[in-house]
Structure formats: structure tokens, C-alpha cells
Design a binder for this molecule. Sequence first.
Ligand code: GRF
Length: 194
Amino acid sequence: MTPLRIGVMASGNGSNFEAIVQAIQAGRLGADIPLLVVNNKNCGAHQRADRFGIPVEVVDHRGYTDREALDRELVSLFQAQQVDVVVMAGWMRIVTDVLVDAFPERLVNIHPSLLPSFRGLDAVGQALQAGVSISGCTVHIVTADLDAGPILAQAAVPVLAADTHASLSGRVQKQEHVLLPATLQQNAHRWRQG
Ligand code: GRF
């Protein structure tokens, strides 16, 4: 079967990006990553892509007049690579309709909470603050509303009495690294165009 062409956007450490790469290499995900876009040339995601020989473009948001202009550049880069789906794997910028409309039902985000709880920044901190006993992570389709698009898959993570931000984040991330590639594989038939 034709590999799913996945474009990835990341701003930070890139552990979810690497989880996708590892799943591809292990044969658990029938896909290629023709392009990673980062907005910070020194981020961990960029270093991981270099290690795996995956092409990277740096799109520094500071060079753009507004969010729409930044997103137009992202659309043009991903369209040039004819990607089937775009994954926001820790993209720390708010995206606009320009990106959402260019990839309808084909823009995917991973968020570290059980949505619709704890949308927005620092979802792990919000969960600890709220005192919930179960949190987790969500893979969802991106729409114009922040962290509110249709849910594709979720994994639950118990919150322990002794949890710190770091310990809970670590356990949530472990689940993310399983959930994201598995969800991409499960939904690949919806996106594959070739
Ligand atoms: C993840 O926790 C994800 O849920 C959130 O950003 C984080 C990215 O982590 N959207 P990493 O850069 O993949 O390690």
C-alpha cells in the first residue's frame, strides 16, 4: 500500500515526532515523513530529524507579520511535498483558518489532557490544579476552535497522590508516544490519496 505522507510541525523536544519515526521504522505505521517544519532552529525536534535524515524547514514565526502569513508559508511547504495529513506534534503557536482550511479533516493535534477538559496551555498543570484522579492525552482533528475539534483517540493516565508536574507529564507522554502513531495508522485510510 502507498505510504501515508505525513507532514509534521513541532516547536520543542520532538519526542512525539520521534515516536512517529520509530513506528514507521518498526513497521507499525505505513508512512513517510517528507518534511518536518520547526519554528525554532535549535529545538530538539530539529536535532532528532537530523539524526534520522528527515528533511527539516525552519519557519521562524518572528519573520512573519501575522499568524496568517506564517500559516500561508506552512501550507505552501506542505503542499509542495503533497502530504496527505499534517500532524502538530507540540506546535506551540495558535494556527489560523489558513492552515485549517488548506487541510480540512487532515490536520491533527496531540494534546496532554482528556479533552474537552483542560484545553490550552499547560494542560498537565491544569489537571493537577483541578485535583482530577484521571488525566491522559487526546489525538484530535484541528478546527478553528482551540483544542476543540473532533476526537480521534484518547488514552487515560491515573493521577497519583505523589505526582509532580514532571512525573505526571512523563507518564502522559509515554501514552502519547503509543497513541499518536497508532491513531495515525488507524486513520490512514481516510487520508491516503495516492
Ligand atoms: C506534548 O505533550 C503534546 O501533547 C503537546 O506538546 C508536547 C510536545 O512534546 N501538544 P514533544 O515535543 O513531542 O516531546
